[in-house]
Design a protein around this ligand. Structure first.
Ligand code: BDR
Ligand code: CA
Length: 309
């Protein structure tokens, strides 16, 4: 089995991605390393613990990581995910407890234990991974594949006009990470918009008779309604589950493009933007492989199965 380490800030779409991973027989989830992002660390950790319980994987360790961006404080995404990150439904707390080891140390240790094999998937701000790189810059040499949900490759952001949440929450961390990894597989916000989940489709899957569907129906209700009413979109945009699909099934990325990516850490309007050198004007080496088109059949099938179908 492929060892899979998920760095995350759950978050309603993180939850779907994690249930998807726990449901995939070809991988073994070796840990969830958690950071602040969508909401504060206390909530993201509690949510991660609940997910391993709901996903029938209480043996998967949850590691508590960084509680704030590296340099500048940033607003969270409680307006989208609820104040507790899981739709404020007051779900019964998990029985499991967080592991003693800090998430940053866990990332480094697991990279040694699974040298050359580890699939590292980042679904939140890149603070934990940047901190790990500061301690040990050789980390990328031990990672088999690194998949990131983040960025907006043609600058149609969601947190700001130019920047996507995971990058804009901690641009300094994102810069450290993208500058260090030789080839990051990127699933960005624009790919997310292009591969939405139709509301009627997901509502059908949520009616499945399973604990995962029942729990997910509850915690995602607020976000789905928010997406329907406020944004008026016909589809629900679940970024992290799309990224997880590409992580678990690389051939699901039907069209990819490799380019240099730079993170904007300053700028009046563009802090946190992911600048892609589409025309190769910088002379920099390609460091991202951007998923431009994803197999929606593969994606929808994985969402359905993650919810017990
Ligand atoms: C990303 O930001 C978060 O709100 C989501 O969980 C996802 O990881 C989308 O921009
Ligand atoms: Ca996330």
């Amino acid at each position: 089995k492929i060892p899979l380490l998920i760095d995350t800030d759950p978050g309603v779409d993180d939850a779907l991605a994690i249930l998807m991973a726990l449901n995939e027989p070809s991988v073994q989830v070796v840990g969830l390393t958690v950071a602040a992002g969508n909401v504060g660390l206390q909530h993201t950790v509690a949510n991660a613990l609940k997910l391993v319980e709901v996903g029938n994987a209480p043996q998967v360790p949850v590691f508590k990581g960084c509680d704030a961006p590296l340099v500048h404080p940033s607003p969270d995404a409680a307006d989208v995910h609820g104040a507790d990150g899981f739709g404020d439904v007051n779900y019964p707390k998990a029985n499991g407890t967080v592991h003693d080891e800090h998430a940053v140390q866990a990332i480094l240790r697991l990279s040694h234990e699974h040298t050359g094999q580890l699939l590292l998937v980042a679904l939140g701000p890149l603070t934990n991974i940047a901190a790990a790189l500061k301690i040990d810059p050789t980390l990328p040499q031990r990672i088999a594949r690194f998949v990131v949900m983040g960025g907006a490759v043609t600058a149609h952001g969601n947190l700001t006009p130019a920047a996507e949440f995971n990058i804009a929450f901690d641009p300094e961390a994102a810069k450290v990470v993208f500058d260090a990894f030789p080839m990051t597989e990127l699933v960005d916000w624009e790919a997310t918009i292009a591969h939405g989940l139709p509301h009627d489709q997901i509502e059908t899957w949520l009616e499945q008779d399973s604990e995962a569907a029942c729990f997910y129906e509850l915690i995602s209700r607020r976000t789905r309604n928010w997406a329907k009413s406020l944004r008026g979109f016909g589809d629900w945009h679940s970024a992290d589950s799309l990224a997880m699909t590409v992580a678990l099934e690389p051939t699901a990325a039907l069209r990819t493009e490799r380019r240099p990516l730079m993170v904007e850490t300053r700028g009046e309007w563009t802090r946190g933007a992911t600048v892609i050198d589409w025309n190769r004007q910088t002379g920099r080496a390609d460091n991202v492989q951007i998923a431009r088109e994803v197999d929606t059949g593969a994606y929808f099938g994985r969402v359905k199965r993650a919810l017990g179908g």
